[in-house]
Design a protein around this ligand. Structure first.
Ligand code: AMP
Length: 282
């Protein structure tokens, strides 16, 4: 496996592979890799000749009061996970490499970014779109892989790629969970044992919402209340949002809409967790 810390080195390696006629799959991450990331990497390895993983804790997508400084990091371990899962290039630039002095160009989006996580975290998607656009230009992958765990992010990346005519296929991959239902997340590391137990209120709420929808419930308020109920009953939890939206446009949607995204975010102590499910047309 190759390592690159600079844009120039990453571009040179990816460019050489493309000249040889190899297909390249890119998996953008913020590191502290877990089995959710590994599932994206394995999919990229199955689909492509070469797999590039980026590890970059993107300061642009964190608000001033958010957890940039506390975000978990372990680049040695990330290297092991990459090696074990068939990665060919690990690109881990410093912030100054991607945002040198004088940097002042951004990718902004309206509409899709106003709901859900974008409403709670106004800096988030400008940072995500800007860094992903940069990574696409640096690596020039044929295909890039994103998790359904961040369903709004996936919809936004699809939209940006189409709107800006970026020549990259976008593939969404299913949510990977712990056996008890908690979605894997780098931030789970921050949960103490009591919080880890409490965090199950998120997947429990979504499971209840899914049950109501699958049993034909059409009252959106009742469904949202059912999703919130286990979180509101949990003393260590504070609900950020629980919403039903159309999965492409992120606008409030009727229960019968397909594809329907049911998404929720909750603070467990100081740790913010998100999860969701999508109901597709039968
Ligand atoms: P992150 O490092 O959290 O920014 O995530 C990098 C990529 O991995 C994103 O496309 C995420 O959606 C994806 N991802 C994170 N957690 C999971 C999970 N539990 N299952 C599937 N994909 C995930």
């Amino acid at each position: 496996m190759e390592f690159a810390k600079t844009v120039e080195a990453a571009r040179r390696q990816a460019g050489a592979w493309k000249t040889e006629g190899c297909t390249i799959g890119l998996v953008p991450t913020m590191g502290y890799l877990h089995d959710g990331h590994a599932s994206l990497i394995r999919r990229a390895a199955a689909d492509n000749d070469k797999v590039v993983v980026s590890v970059f804790v993107n300061p642009m997508q964190f608000g001033v009061s958010e957890d940039l400084a506390e975000y978990p990091r372990d680049i040695e371990r990330d290297g092991d996970v990459c090696r074990q899962n068939g990665v060919h290039l690990l690109f881990s630039p410093d912030a100054g490499e991607l945002y040198p002095d004088g940097f002042c160009s951004f990718v902004d989006m309206s509409g899709l970014t106003d709901a859900l996580c974008g409403r709670s975290r106004p800096a988030l998607f400008r940072g995500v779109c800007t860094v992903v656009a940069k990574l696409f230009h640096i690596i020039q992958p044929h295909t890039a892989y994103f998790g359904q765990k961040d369903a709004q992010q996936l919809a936004i990346i699809r939209r940006m790629t189409a709107d800006l005519n970026l020549p990259v296929n976008i593939v969404g991959c299913p949510v990977v969970r712990e056996p008890d239902g908690l979605a894997l997340s780098s931030r789970n590391k921050h949960l103490n044992p009591a919080e880890r137990k409490a965090a199950l209120c998120l997947s429990a709420g979504l499971a209840e919402g899914r049950r109501l929808l699958e049993n034909g419930e059409t009252d959106v308020r009742r469904i949202k209340a059912a999703v919130r109920a286990p979180m509101e009953a949990e003393p260590l939890a504070r609900v950020d949002y629980a919403e039903l939206v159309d999965a492409d446009g992120m606008r409030p949607a009727a229960a019968a809409h397909r594809p329907l995204l049911c998404a929720a975010a909750v603070f467990i102590g100081a740790t913010r967790l998100i999860d969701n499910f999508i109901l597709d047309a039968e």
